[in-house]
Ligand binder design. Sequence first.
Ligand code: PEP
Ligand code: MG
Length: 315
Amino acid sequence: RRPPSRGVFDGTASTRDGYDVDLVANVADPAEADVAANKGARGVGLFRTEFCFLGRGTEPTVDEQVDAYRAVLARFAGRRVVVRTLDAGADKPLRFLTPGHEENPALGVRGIRTAVDHPDVLDRQLEAISRAARSASAEVWVMAPMIATADETREFVAACAAHGLDTAGVMIETPAAALQSRWLLADAAFASLGTNDLTQYTMAADRDLAGVAALSTPWQPAVLDLVRVACAGAAVHGRPVGVCGEAAADPLLAPVLVGLGVTSLSMTPRALAAVAESLARVTLEGCRELAALALDSPTARAARDAVRDAVRRQG
Ligand code: PEP
Ligand code: MG
């Protein structure tokens, strides 16, 4: 394969020695799906469905949901689209689903946890995703946000199966999920690392708070070590692991994630070209060396500096 041309993403990416890495897009609605397709994305690694319904006081009907999902799926006919069930709560409250006041909303009823009190809402969403999947020809995978336990995973996978959604996965964005990945992935078909929340919960640092921004970086060796553990647990079952947090869009971090065992990177479409170029400069073995260097660093800054210097040497 020829190295990618500067600034242009042709839909595929691989390391210098030809190891393919799936580079796909994060989208929140049909307009973003258009942008992603125009930037060369051949699939969606994270469809944040809650953005279709923010600001609504009542639950959208199944028909409304089918229309919203189909509009995104239609732009990726024949391609994989990973649809995330509603990640409501914390910074993204949905009035029909999430509780009013919570002292610590980031630690509260958000994501899959809303299904405890509202299993019917999850059920209707899965019905809508299933109907949209049948009418559009995309390959639909479904995943749940904020999973922390194997029980949540098993229940989610069963709920998906009841709607004929056979490829059900989990987001790994809590340290518990990363540490338990070998149990979660016994049931889940795939995992996607939400490094934004994984960083927040590992470092105990609000992802939106400027005062703790220095802590809030996925270069933290503690975060990278959890990525390593999560990948190792998934490998026990031969399950694929992607990253769909901001970390995937960092051209210097992308080869480190690949070296840790990640096989798919989902990101804002404008980052695709730079990440593809970065991967094309290193070999898979080089990625593993970069990962080892980062893991062996005492601080986030040391990890980044070590990887930057090693990339220069390898290149
Ligand atoms: C994440 O937490 O990394 C993620 C992709 O989910 P969100 O940013 O939507 O919480
Ligand atoms: Mg998240």
